[in-house]
Design a protein around this ligand. Structure first.
Ligand SMILES: Cc1ncc(COP(=O)(O)O)c(C=O)c1O
Length: 411
């Protein structure tokens, strides 16, 4: 990086600094010196001669070939997000779901089995419950707060295994969408190592500001970059991060063949958002803590779900594995669904919309929206009750967000 001091490589277990967020993956454009590198919208890249082209296809030189394989704007984003999660490499995808399906389809084949949390983002549950079984990949959903439940669900391909699958990976989403239930990532990683399995962790809710699953022993981290990494609600994207070899496998199989790549325009927007990620995370995490404290003390609130609140049943685990408790708060009102609907209608500053990790604070009712594709019994077993509301704190002033929700809840 000419004219600039390269950022220190962040410690694997330390949250990314603003210096890393601004500088990682960036350098002035070698052709023009532009400090903000141009966006490369080209789908193909010209060769100097036939030998160079043939060598590029044989992997003997690193000349760019075609945008589905590699694009400089996307590569810069991949380098930045790999630095944020302290991974060796990263592979950007068209969405968070593209990242999750890329990881699972790369690592698993017909006959393989996955152990996953029963409280989990609704579409991830649907992928594992409805789509992957058609390809011969089955999933057992377990109480993710109990590492023993993961251990009991592991299937070995021997005569005693009536289910017939062989467990290939343990899937983690901690904190979980939308219940904020936690999984002991170190314990699951130790279990996986002992049984020769892999761990894939969806770190969308915690973000690298709150938790670094690779340092806790996970093999791959997946993100919806649509959320807090991009941070502005203006681009959809995902990413798989981890060791060089596994990420190369994901890139080869899932991107080259399945084709779910991130466009350079979306990569530019997400990279720009990521430069302020640590600043935004500090503000949104502070607001979430203040909101959880206010809701926890409110007479109309039956229960608040926030890893940083002392009432969270896994508060001790949160303190042990998280460096910050996140920007999401869920709560249940004593008046149930009807009281919840009134809150959605009365908010003035907070926007009633799905998604999270935006600069704007958002509120949603998961049972009727993001988790409506789950069978009701699976949804309730996962803790997504009809009266649960989820707030994704943005970067507005803390007191404004808290005041708006308190006025919406009323006396
Ligand atoms: C935890 C989690 N993982 C993955 C996704 C999917 O991300 P995307 O919408 O970018 O596909 C979401 C979306 O809300 C999510 O909340």
């Amino acid at each position: 990086m000419s004219g600039a001091t390269p950022p220190r490589t962040p410690a694997r277990d330390a949250p990314p600094s603003s210096t890393t967020c601004v500088h990682a993956g960036e350098r002035p454009d070698p052709a023009t010196g532009a400090i903000d590198a141009p966006v490369h919208l080209s789908s193909a890249f010209a060769f100097d001669d036939a030998e160079q082209a043939a060598g590029a296809f044989r992997g003997e030189n690193d000349h760019l070939i075609y945008g589905r394989w590699r694009n400089p704007t996307v590569s810069a984003l991949e380098a930045k997000v790999a630095a944020l999660e302290a991974g060796e490499d990263a592979c950007a995808t068209a969405s968070g779901m593209a990242a999750i399906s890329a990881a699972l389809l790369t690592l698993c084949e017909a006959g393989d089995h996955v152990v996953a949390p029963r409280s989990i983002y609704g579409e991830s549950a649907r992928l594992m419950r409805e789509r992957l079984p058609r390809l011969g990949i089955t999933t057992t959903f377990v109480d993710q707060t109990d590492p023993e439940a993961y251990a009991r669900a592991i299937q070995a391909p021997d005569a005693s295994n009536a289910a017939g699958g062989r467990t290939r990976l343990l899937y983690v989403e901690s904190p979980a969408n939308p219940t904020l239930a936690l999984t002991d990532v170190r314990a699951i990683a130790a279990l996986a190592r002992a049984r020769g399995l892999l761990v894939v962790a969806d770190n969308t809710f915690a973000t690298p500001f709150g938790q670094r699953p690779l340092a806790l022993g996970a093999d791959l981290v997946v993100h919806s970059m649509t959320k807090q990494l991009g941070g502005h609600g203006d681009a959809i994207g995902g990413v798989v991060i981890g060791g060089r070899e596994l990420v190369a496998q994901v890139r080869e199989a899932a991107l080259k063949s399945f084709g779910g790549i991130l466009s350079p325009l979306a990569a530019m927007l997400i990279s720009r958002g990521m430069r302020t990620f640590a600043l935004r995370a500090r503000q949104s995490n502070q607001t979430a803590q203040a909101l959880a404290d206010a809701l926890g003390a409110h007479a109309a609130v039956a229960r608040v779900h926030y890893p940083g609140h002392p009432s969270h049943p896994q508060h001790a685990l949160a303190r042990a594995q998280m460096s910050a408790f996140g920007a999401l708060v869920a709560f249940e009102l004593r008046g149930g669904l009807d009281a919840g609907k009134r809150v959605l209608e009365r908010v003035r500053l907070v926007t009633h919309a799905v998604s999270l990790g935006d600069v704007r604070s958002l509120i949603t009712h998961p049972a009727s929206t993001t988790h409506s594709s789950m069978p009701p019994e699976a949804r309730l077993a996962g803790g997504v009750s009809d009266g649960l509301l989820r707030v994704a704190c943005g970067i507005e002033e803390t007191e404004d967000v808290v005041a708006d929700l308190l006025q919406a809840i009323g006396a």
